[in-house]
Design a protein around this ligand. Structure first.
Ligand SMILES: [Zn+2]
Length: 239
């Protein structure tokens, strides 16, 4: 009993020492986090622009996909605004090696989404894949990191090796909608379609902008017998 108590004290002490040397900082504003704060400081936690679209049927993301492919439900956790905290969060996840940002946000959002009826019947989570070379350079796929957290929070399995990207595409950021669409067409492939037959797939991505990537991926996946598609993003830009 006594031993256990000292052990816990020692662990807490080590935690404090580690955070003195490597202070944990807020993913949105870089302030040093207090012990109980996870990912965001208290102020950013209050101010982070959540969409709550998971609670809103016919939300702007669902409307974005109307007439493009058959969609069950769609939502994204945060509003992406240039120069805002969400942009800093996404930048850390994509370019600064902070893969844990994706998993923490995924788990958080997953717990919220799991309570909503229209997302309750999804069978499997499928992230938008990165091309092998790009994933090697970055070290991980940021959408997959989001998926690992979502899978935990929603208690739904994650599939990462079946749906793959076979052609490297150029960066999407400087392209308009029709250029983006041409850029992403025919770049995805399903290795074992039979594993996804009759599944309700939750297709996920980091930032949803024009929806061109999601649309291209959904159109490939919808060729599999009995597939239904819902969509979740970490953030939505302009929606
Ligand atoms: Zn902050």
């Amino acid at each position: 009993m006594k031993k256990n108590k000292y052990y816990k004290l020692l662990i807490n002490l080590l935690d404090d020492v580690v955070s003195l040397v490597y202070p944990r900082t807020c993913a949105a504003c870089n302030q040093v986090l207090l012990n109980h704060e996870i990912l965001l400081c208290m102020l950013c936690e209050v101010e982070i622009p959540k969409t709550n679209y998971h609670l809103m049927p016919n939300n702007p993301i669902e409307k974005m996909f109307w007439g493009r492919f058959e969609l069950e439900s769609a939502a994204a956790y945060l509003h992406f605004r240039k120069q805002g905290g969400v942009q800093k969060i996404m930048h850390k996840l994509k370019y600064k090696g902070k893969s844990d940002v994706g998993t923490v946000i995924g788990e958080r959002y997953g717990r919220e989404v799991a309570k909503v009826d229209r997302f309750k019947n999804v069978d499997v989570i499928v992230p938008i894949p990165l091309h092998r070379d790009k994933q090697k350079t970055r070290g991980y796929n940021q959408s997959e990191m989001f998926g690992i957290g979502l899978s935990e929070g929603m208690n739904v399995p994650l599939s990462v090796d079946n749906f793959v990207k076979i052609t490297a595409t150029e960066s999407q950021t400087k392209k308009n909608r029709s250029e983006r669409w041409k850029n992403v067409r025919d770049v995805f492939q399903v290795n074992n379609p039979e594993l996804l037959e009759n599944k309700h797939i939750l297709l996920i991505d980091d930032i949803i902008t024009t929806g061109a990537t999601i649309e291209a991926a959904a159109l490939i996946l919808l060729k599999i017998k009995g597939v239904k598609i819902s969509v979740l993003g970490m953030a939505v830009s302009g929606g």
